[in-house]
Design a protein. Structure first.
Length: 476
C-alpha cells in the first residue's frame, strides 16, 4: 500500500483500546471487523486447551478470515497487554481488497493461517527431502491447497539430546509471533506419537549460500547493499521483538522467486529479555562473546551478519576460510587478524570492521548505527522493505513445486516417515555429543562456565514459562 492509501486507511478506521487479558474476538461468535494492531500483542488461544496458537504484534492484522468466510470465530483472541488497534468494518475492508498488493497479502496470509484447523497431518503428501537438522528432517509436502516445508523432529532425540526440548519450545515461541516479508512464515505445529512437526511456508528459490559459492564475480558494492540491507531489516524486526536468532548465516537464507532474501530455521533462536549465555551457533559465524561463554544479546547476530557481509563482498570467510578444523576456526575468531585488502573501498571497510568488533559494546549493533554507515547513505530502506527495489538476482527456482501435482496423493507424508526414516535417536545423539566436545574444549581454554538449562532459563521466564518436563509434548 502507498503512503496515501495508508493515510486513507487510518481516516476510515476507528481506534479501539483493550486492557490486558481482554477478549477481543470470542469463540463461536461472528465477526465483521478487520483489526490492525498499532500497539501491544494479541494471543490466539484454543478455548478448550488454553494453548497459544499464534501471537499478533504491532503491525500485524487479524479478523480478515472471518469477514471473507462469514464463519464463526474458532478461538479466543485476547490482548496480552495494553493493546491499541485500528478497526475497520467489513464493507470498507472489501474496498481495500481492490488494492493489488493488499489483496495478495491477505490471500497469502489466509493460506498460511489455519484458522479453521482443517490442516491435519494425514492430509499432507510427501514430495521430496529438503535437509536435515540436529533432531530431525525437513521435507517438501503438499495438501490440496498448496506446498509447504515441514520440519519433523524426533521426540526421543529431542528428549535425550542437550537442550533439545528447550530449543524446540523456543523455536515455536519465536515463530508464532513473526510476520515479516524477509522471514519465513510459520503455519502451525502438529504431532504424532514419535514426532513433532513444524509446518512452514515453502520458499521456492535458491539457497543464499549456494548462490554466493557459485558466483563468478565478487566485490560488488550494490550486491552488498541489497543483500546486507535485507539482513539488517530482518535483525531490526527480530530485535524489536527481543528475538535473538543465534545462527545467522547464508545457509539459513533463501533467495525467493522475487529475488529477495528469506530467513529460515529458528532452531537456535530464543527470546531474550536481557542476555543469554548458551553457546550455540555455526563455527565460522559465532561471535567471540558466545564462544567465551560471556553474557550476550542481539549484538551477537550483528557479528554473524558481519561475517555474511564479508563473504558477500570478498567471496570468502574472514575466519576459518582455509581450514575445516573447528578448533582453529574458534581460535581465529577469538584473536585472529581480520584481513581486509588495502584496495577495499572505505565504505565497505567501515561497515565490515564495525560489525566485526570483538568488543560487543564497540560493535555496530543496532539498526540506527547501520543507517549511519556511509555505504547506506541515501539508501531507501522503505522501498527495500516494500520490495520496490530491483533485485540483484532472480533465481529460476528449483521448480519442485511446479513439477508436483496438488492432486497427486500417492505418498502420504505420515506413512512415509514411518517407513523411510530409519536413523535412530542414538545416531543423532552421537553427532550431538561430538559437537559438544568441541564447545566444551573452547570453554575450558578460556576458563568460561558452561551454563546449564536451569540457570539459562531464569533470564527469560516471563515469556518462556513452559515446564521442560514430560509434559512438554503437550505444548505442540
Amino acid at each position: 500500500m502507498t503512503i496515501e492509501q495508508l493515510i486513507n486507511f487510518g481516516l476510515n478506521a476507528e481506534i479501539k483500546e483493550y486492557k490486558p487479558k481482554e477478549i477481543i474476538l470470542k469463540n463461536k461468535e461472528k465477526n465483521n471487523i478487520f483489526y490492525l494492531i498499532l500497539r501491544g500483542r494479541v494471543k490466539v488461544k484454543n478455548p478448550e486447551t488454553n494453548k497459544t496458537l499464534r501471537v499478533y504484534e504491532e503491525g500485524n492484522c487479524f479478523g480478515d478470515y472471518y469477514i471473507l468466510t462469514d464463519s464463526q470465530i474458532n478461538y479466543n483472541y485476547i490482548s496480552h497487554e495494553y493493546t491499541k488497534c485500528y478497526c475497520i468494518k467489513g464493507s470498507i475492508f472489501y474496498e481495500y481488497l481492490k488494492i493489488e498488493s493488499f489483496n495478495d497479502y491477505i490471500k497469502k496470509k489466509m493460506l498460511l493461517e489455519d484458522e479453521d484447523e482443517e490442516m491435519k497431518l494425514k492430509d499432507f503428501y510427501y514430495i521430496t527431502y529438503l535437509g536435515k537438522g540436529t533432531f530431525g528432517y525437513v521435507c517438501l509436502v503438499h495438501n490440496e491447497l498448496s506446498f509447504y516445508a515441514i520440519k519433523a523432529v524426533n521426540r526421543d532425540a529431542a528428549e535425550k539430546g542437550k537442550n533439545g526440548i528447550k530449543n524446540l519450545v523456543n523455536e515455536k515461541k519465536c515463530m508464532i509471533a513473526i510476520d515479516h516479508p524477509f522471514i519465513v512464515n510459520f503455519v502451525k505445529t502438529m504431532k504424532n506419537k514419535k514426532w513433532v512437526f513444524i509446518l512452514e511456508e515453502y520458499i521456492n528459490g535458491k539457497n543464499f549460500d549456494d548462490y554466493l559459492m557459485n558466483r563468478k564475480n565478487y566485490k560488488n558494492i550494490k550486491e552488498l547493499i541489497f543483500y546486507g540491507g535485507c539482513i539488517f531489516h530482518m535483525l531490526k524486526y527480530l530485535t524489536k521483538r527481543r528475538i535473538c536468532h543465534r545462527d545467522i548465516k547464508p545457509r539459513n537464507m533463501m533467495i525467493g522467486s522475487d529475488g529477495y532474501l528469506k530467513l529460515l530455521d529458528f532452531g537456535c533462536a530464543k527470546k531474550i529479555k536481557f542476555f543469554s549465555k548458551t553457546v550455540v551457533g555455526t563455527p565460522n559465524y559465532i561471535s567471540p562473546e558466545v564462544l567465551k561463554g560471556l553474557e550476550y544479546s542481539f549484538s551477537s547476530d550483528y557479528w554473524s551478519t558481519g561475517v555474511c557481509c564479508y563473504l558477500i563482498y570478498f567471496g570468502n570467510l574472514p575466519f576459518g576460510n582455509k581450514t575445516n578444523n573447528v578448533m582453529q576456526i574458534y581460535k581465529e575468531i577469538i584473536k585472529g587478524e581480520i584481513k581486509i585488502p588495502k584496495d577495499c573501498p572505505l565504505i565497505v571497510k567501515e561497515l565490515i570492521e564495525g560489525l566485526l568488533k570483538r568488543n560487543a559494546g564497540e560493535r555496530i549493533n543496532n539498526f540506527d548505527k547501520i543507517k549511519e554507515c556511509q555505504i547506506f547513505k541515501d539508501f531507501d530502506w522503505d522501498n527495500l522493505l516494500r520490495k520496490k527495489i530491483k533485485p540483484f538476482f532472480l533465481p529460476l527456482g528449483d521448480e519442485l513445486g511446479g513439477k508436483a501435482n496438488l492432486n497427486n496423493l500417492a505418498s502420504p507424508f505420515e506413512k512415509f516417515i514411518q517407513n523411510e526414516w530409519v536413523e535412530t535417536s542414538e545416531m543423532h545423539l552421537l553427532r550431538i555429543k561430538n559437537k559438544n566436545k568441541n564447545i566444551n574444549y573452547i570453554q575450558e581454554q578460556y576458563e568460561s562456565e558452561f551454563i546449564n538449562n536451569q540457570e539459562d532459563q531464569k533470564y527469560y521466564d516471563e515469556e518462556n514459562n513452559v515446564e521442560f518436563s514430560n509434559h512438554w509434548f503437550d505444548y505442540f
